[in-house]
Design a protein around this ligand. Structure first.
Ligand SMILES: NC(=O)c1ccc[n+]([C@@H]2O[C@H](COP(=O)([O-])OP(=O)(O)OC[C@H]3O[C@@H](n4cnc5c(N)ncnc54)[C@H](OP(=O)(O)O)[C@@H]3O)[C@@H](O)[C@H]2O)c1
Length: 323
């Protein structure tokens, strides 16, 4: 089969199309004929062997290293081509999607390929009304937003929720999932995303290139911040005393000042979960959730897709179509 591989760390150009054996599904696994795979930030972090992160980033566990040659990709949508021993929930011919083996050794499920294996427990049935490109766009970013709002935050109804980085993968799903829980959503993004975010249900939109969020909002119950960084503490001003900040990645939030104001922090690491994928599938099927597609590339053009990703300002998700 054809698969994208990197034979060592580096720029997008290290991603080449190779001929490799079709993998065998082990116990509890299915073999998926991949129709679409999706890019996520860990794909390009791992492609560079995590060289952009300081050791402290990995909370005492040390910087991970990728074993090359390596095939990226944790998000896949496709059709079950074979089932391994002990699999009962899926049969050959089922259309499935999921976040595969994440977090895990070698950073996920090797989905940039014509075939990949996946634990059946990480998959759900793809809704027939959603095509493979839109389904592949969901797993990691959709599960991150879902696990934040449902597991970490347990968002009550009727809250004012500010989403920073609202047009990106995690952000655009967080906007929609917060709306399904009756939130009033303020979306913060750069200028070109206003129509996209209002169409997804954002009640207010702040173009951060014209207005600083901390000058416009003072009474959010919750901030979901997918941007982080050294000036993340400016979002303290947007939250009520006793409110919540949910960092999706590292930032300097001036935690002592936050503690004085009773502001809590809720966050976590996204992980594979087939049952939660089924929840997302139900929302996709009834139209209350949809994936925004920034761009679609052929599998063979994975290097170009990574160049697009590293250019930033992504609107939704970047997907690889696997012919
Ligand atoms: N905790 C976890 O388990 C977990 C899970 C998934 C992702 N993450 C991390 O979360 C981050 C976001 O992931 P993602 O997949 O959503 O990334 P993404 O798709 O690249 O989206 C990032 C978004 O942020 C926007 N942005 C950039 N600078 C901004 C700024 N100063 N203010 C507001 N928006 C800004 C970008 O567009 P515009 O600038 O054009 O608005 C873009 O839409 C990544 O660093 C990823 O590693 C963590």
């Amino acid at each position: 089969m054809k698969a994208i591989r990197a034979h060592g760390p580096g720029d997008p150009g290290v991603l080449v199309l190779d001929e490799v054996p079709v993998p065998e599904p082990g116990p509890g696994d299915v073999l998926i004929r991949v129709h679409a795979a999706c890019l996520n930030p860990p794909d390009w972090y791992a492609r560079r062997d995590f060289a952009m992160f300081a050791d402290e980033h990995f909370a005492g566990q040390g910087r991970p290293h990728v074993r090359f040659p390596w095939t990226p990709g944790s998000d896949a949508s496709g059709v079950v081509a074979a089932v391994g021993p002990g699999v009962t929930g899926f049969a050959v011919g089922d259309a499935v999607f999921g976040l595969i083996r994440f977090p895990g050794l070698d950073n996920g499920g090797r989905a940039y390929a014509e075939y990949t294996t996946a634990p059946a427990a990480h998959l759900a049935r793809k809704p027939p009304s959603v095509d493979h490109v839109h389904a592949a766009a969901v797993p990691m970013a959709g599960l991150t937003a879902y696990q934040y709002l449902v597991d970490h935050i347990r968002l009550p109804a009727g809250q004012k929720v500010l989403v920073n980085g609202a047009a990106g993968g995690v952000g655009h799903f967080a906007v929609q999932l917060a709306k399904t829980r009756g939130a009033h959503v303020v979306a913060v993004a750069s200028s070109r995303h206003e129509g996209f975010l209002r169409d997804l249900g954002a009640d207010e939109y702040i173009d951060y290139t014209a207005t600083a969020a901390e000058d416009a909002v003072r009474d959010a119950d919750l901030v979901i911040d997918t941007v982080g960084g050294p000036d993340a503490h400016r979002f303290l001003a947007t939250v009520k005393d006793g409110g919540t900040i949910s960092p999706v990645l590292h930032g300097d939030y001036h935690r002592e000042e936050a503690a004085r104001r009773g502001i809590q922090f809720r966050s976590g690491q996204v992980h594979s979960d087939g049952a939660q994928m089924a929840e997302l599938a139900a929302l996709l099927a009834d139209g209350s959730l949809r994936a925004g597609i920034d761009s679609v590339y052929d599998l063979a053009d994975a290097a170009k897709a990574h160049e697009r990703a590293e250019g930033g300002h992504i609107q939704g998700k970047i997907v690889l179509s696997v012919p």
